[in-house]
Design a protein around this ligand. Sequence first.
Ligand code: IMP
Ligand code: MG
Length: 173
Amino acid sequence: MTLVLSPEEIARGVRRLAQEIDHYYLGKRPLLVGVLRGAFIFLSDLVRLLEIPVTVDFIRLPSYGCGTESQGAVRVLQGLSEEIRGRDVIVVEDIVDTGVTTTFLMAYLKRRKPASLRLCVLLDKPSRHRVEVPIDYLGFLVPNVFLVGYGLDLAQAHRQYPAVYALEEEVGP
Ligand code: IMP
Ligand code: MG
């Protein structure tokens, strides 16, 4: 495994995102929607750095299963507990790879008529995009390698590392 982002680099990135969000939502009380399971560590670090009041909810979408390739069709495995109509919603995602999952999720939430809807993503792999995803708050651009740690898994393993690692060398897009 190769180190891609150290705990210190991640902490700096998350602190910067928290400042951007604090600034933009000053005087508001957004609802952060964490995408399970990959975003749970990122979200928990992020909320502890925010100064504005927030509420937190979760949604669960299918993972890659046992492999490293997205399965294509996306659906909601576990829905929100909160009503989002009229709320300021911030989706908190671990990574945008092909963009298919996030595009589906943003459309799904938009249909529920939030007052505003923005996207906060820790990692973005631009060389893998199949659809364009407008990211409002981005932690880091990453190369086309399969990443684990800081919430990201391979077949449910490796999530617990405090750093982000690449499992293999870079491959073509
Ligand atoms: P997409 O639909 O291809 O953008 O994939 C999005 C989801 O796939 C992310 O939310 C992750 O759960 C998972 N994923 C994508 N790339 C990686 C990776 O490098 N490591 C672990 N999970 C990943
Ligand atoms: Mg995810």
